[in-house]
Each structure stands twice: as C-alpha cells, then as structure tokens.
Design a protein. Structure first.
Length: 330
C-alpha cells in the first residue's frame, strides 16, 4: 500500500532527546562543563609539558648553576659548592686552546652542512626523475641508512679504515697505492677529521634528501611545462621555480643540520675521542673532556653554555638574514 502525503501539510518536528539542550558539547555526553571544561585541554597536555621541563629545562638550569660555582670532584661528593660568579667563563674565554676548538667547530660545521645540503639536493632531484621501481629502491636504501644506529655505523667505519684489516687500505693497495699498506688513518689529524666528515655526511644525507624530495613533489608540474615551452634550461628552472617553491623546507632542513652537526659528539667520542691530539675536538667533546678528564665540572658546564649561546647566535643571525631577504622584519 502506498501512502501519499499532502505537499501543503506541515512537517512535524522531530522529538528532542531527553535531557534538555540539543547543542553539542553542552551537558549530557558533550564533554566537561564549567571550570573543569575550561581547564580540561591544559590538563591533557600537562604530562607532556612536565616531561619536557624535566628533561630539558631542569638540566639546562642545573648546568647554568654549576657553571657559576666552584664545582670539582670534592664538591660533587660533599655537595659544598661555592658560588664564584663568572670566574669560570673568564677562565674559559682567556684560554687559547678554547678558541682553537671554537674555530675547529665552525669549520667542522661549515664543511658538513655544505656537503649535506649539496648532496641531499642532488639526491632528491635524482629521485624525482626516477621511475617507480628505482624511486622505491633509492628511498628504501636511504631509510635503511638513516635507521642504522649511530654506534653501529661508527664501528663499521672504524673497521673500514683499520690500519691492518680495513678494506680501504686493501682496496688502495690493489689499485697500486702501496704507500697505504698499514696506513694509520686515525693517527693523522687531517685523515681522522676527513673520516668523521664522511661518516656524518653519510648519516645525515638520507633525512635531508627524503625531506627535500617530499617538498619537490609538491611543486606543480604546470610550472615546469610552461618554463620548458619558454625554452628555459634546467639550471634556470631550478633557480627560478624549484628552489623558490621548496625554500621554506630547504631552510628548515638547513637549520636542523646546523644544530645537529654543531653539537655532534657520539661519532667523535667513539671513533677518535677527540684525537689525535685535539685534531677532532669540537666544543661538545671539549666540554666532556674538561669535565671528565680534568674533573672540572664547572668549566665543562661553562663550555656547554658557551656552546649553546654560540649555536643560538648562529641561528639568530641566519634567520635574520633569511627574513631580511624575504622583505620581513624580525
């Protein structure tokens, strides 16, 4: 049986649910109301904030306090550290060895970041032009390289450049370079410095390349087609279209690599311990050496704080230049 409704008949309103207001979020099951409702979002993020403060803020404050005290092994055991103000910073900044370490740190950072960004950009451009199979293979290799633990990768490089059993010396001998028979790579400052640069670049390129590739795929293909129709070369297309489009991601990756290479520690400490001599000693390694070897925890803390301030200064200067180029005021 078919029921025919009159088109002019009014439509009866639907019954309202029991409990009062039908507004979402008001009473019933819509969520907390009153004062608890207003502070509920803050309660949800409170554990994360407290954990961050404990893991980041507390060590930083503790380091600042130790750097302003006479804090050596005796004070570590007995806990009677004496406040000395900025004396530790004065001792540190008047040390000629400290400034040699600073220059070496900036050189180490500049070489690593330049190579990382150059190679990562080239790898990202190559991945974009590969077919599906080739793209999957390269991305898989990059992910596996990136996922390798730092200690494991450093140990592998130690064996590669081992003076007696290293495959690098064996390969060079097979190629006719007999002078590399039992060549002690880690006994020469320049060689050790170069190996560390190769290791850190090898570990850092995958993240930078994958991130830049993800930015490249967002560039509209219509822009490339229009540029090719106008006769633009590949270099011109990259300079006028590709780089301006991926510039924000490029600058983000650049900033992260500056931070990571400036505070590199694990690879240097495991592979060379800052040696030979102090050829591979940069600021983080210098801070640990001062604190542990000399048991001058106050000077080590002061060196750590100077490292943080220098890194912050580099990033502030860099961001000011970036915003100035974009016509913005910081």
């Amino acid at each position: 049986m078919t029921v025919v409704r009159d088109a002019d008949a009014p439509i009866a309103p639907l019954p309202r649910p029991a409990g009062g207001s039908a507004r979402p979020g008001r009473g019933g099951g819509g969520g907390p109301v009153g004062p608890i409702g207003r502070i509920w979002p803050y309660l949800l993020i409170a554990p994360a904030i407290l954990g961050m403060l404990y893991l980041l803020a507390y060590p930083l404050v503790r380091t600042v306090l130790i750097s302003l005290q006479d804090f050596q092994l005796r004070q570590l055991i007995q806990g009677d550290a004496r406040f000395v103000g900025l004396r530790n910073y004065e001792t540190l900044l008047t040390d000629a060895q400290f400034w040699q370490v600073v220059r070496r740190t900036f050189l180490f950072m500049a070489v690593n970041v330049t190579l990382i960004m150059l190679l990562a950009t080239l790898v990202a451009l190559v991945i974009e032009r590969l077919g599906r199979v080739g793209r999957i293979a390269v991305l898989s290799a990059l992910v596996l390289t990136w996922a390798m633990p730092v200690i494991a990768a450093t140990t592998v490089f130690q064996w590669l450049f081992h003076s007696e059993f290293g495959i690098v010396n064996w390969t060079l001998q097979q190629l006719g370079f007999t002078s590399f028979d039992r060549y002690p790579w880690f006994a020469h400052g320049t060689a050790a410095f170069t190996i560390l640069v190769v290791l850190i670049v090898w570990q850092s390129v995958p993240f930078a390349a994958i991130t830049l590739y993800s930015a490249l795929v967002t560039v509209p293909t219509e822009l490339y087609e229009s540029a090719r129709i106008d006769g633009a070369s590949a270099r011109r297309i990259f300079r006028a279209i590709t780089f301006p489009m991926i510039r924000p991601i490029f600058m983000l990756v650049f900033s992260l690599e500056v931070i990571w290479t400036f505070k590199a520690f694990v690879q240097i400490w495991v592979m060379t311990n800052g040696g030979p001599g102090d050829a591979t000693t940069i600021l983080p390694v210098y801070a640990v050496q001062t604190a542990l070897s000399s048991q001058r925890y106050d000077l080590g803390s002061a060196a750590s704080m100077v490292t943080v301030l220098m890194l912050a200064g580099v990033l502030v200067f860099y961001f000011r230049q970036m915003f100035r180029q974009e016509g913005e005021a910081l």
